[in-house]
Design a protein around this ligand. Structure first.
Ligand code: 3PG
Length: 209
């Protein structure tokens, strides 16, 4: 349930966000993330191969793999069938949340405003993705949004890099930070798994409590 994901996030404090064009790189990518010390990863549903990537990464072992950019209940079903252990969405959709409940999988919907956060809380979700964190105003916005909702926990994501990681993680309402900087499309195109491992290890080290 949601508590399981909260535990994973609280332990990992870091959510690599992966947009993987080709299922062939899933295994070396998973290996690089595990070697760098990552504990979980979000595979976005933005590429035709996303389900295959998810399956392969989940099968690799060593990582709690979930699905990201899940926009519809139907995608949530496909994600869970492919082995997703959690579901992340860029925004809040009540039907996606309800479907995840039905499937028994934790869901982290995105919020950008107090209204969206109120919807999420009323739907019984207390861990949300603040998205897109940096364009929204970063920490200043996160603090202002967190103040009226002491029960809410945030996974800020969007425009965050290694340089901002520790500042976000120092915030009590922040349970983990998400981002693609550890494994970008450019890294994957070049097959630069050494760099992915290095950036992951650096981020893991910076996110240690
Ligand atoms: C996501 O889907 O969570 C974002 O694309 C990640 O944001 P970033 O690429 O700016 O890190």
């Amino acid at each position: 349930d949601t508590d399981d994901l909260a535990c994973v996030l609280a332990g990992a404090r870091l959510m690599p966000v992966l947009t993987v064009p080709d299922a062939d790189v899933a295994a070396p990518l998973a290996a690089a993330l595990v070697a760098g010390g990552a504990r979980c990863a979000e595979v976005t549903f933005r590429t035709p191969d996303a389900e295959q990537v998810l399956k392969a990464m989940a099968a690799h072992g060593g990582l709690t793999v979930g699905a990201g950019t899940v926009l519809t209940p139907e995608q949530a079903e496909r994600a869970v069938a492919a082995g997703a252990r959690f579901v992340v969405s860029p925004g809040f959709d009540g039907d996606v949340v309800a479907k995840c409940r039905e499937l028994g999988v934790p869901v982290v919907p995105g919020v950008a405003t107090a209204t969206e956060l109120m919807r999420a809380l009323r739907a019984g979700v207390d861990t949300v993705k603040l998205f897109p964190a940096e364009p929204l105003g970063g920490l200043r916005t996160l603090r202002a949004l967190a103040a009226p909702f002491p029960q809410a926990r945030f996974v800020p994501t969007g425009g965050i890099g290694a340089d901002r990681l520790t500042d976000y993680l120092a915030e009590p309402a922040v349970v983990a930070v998400g981002g693609s900087w550890m494994a970008t499309s450019a890294h994957l195109e070049r097959g630069d798994f050494d760099e992915i491992r290095r950036l992951t290890a650096e981020a893991v080290e910076r996110s240690a409590p």
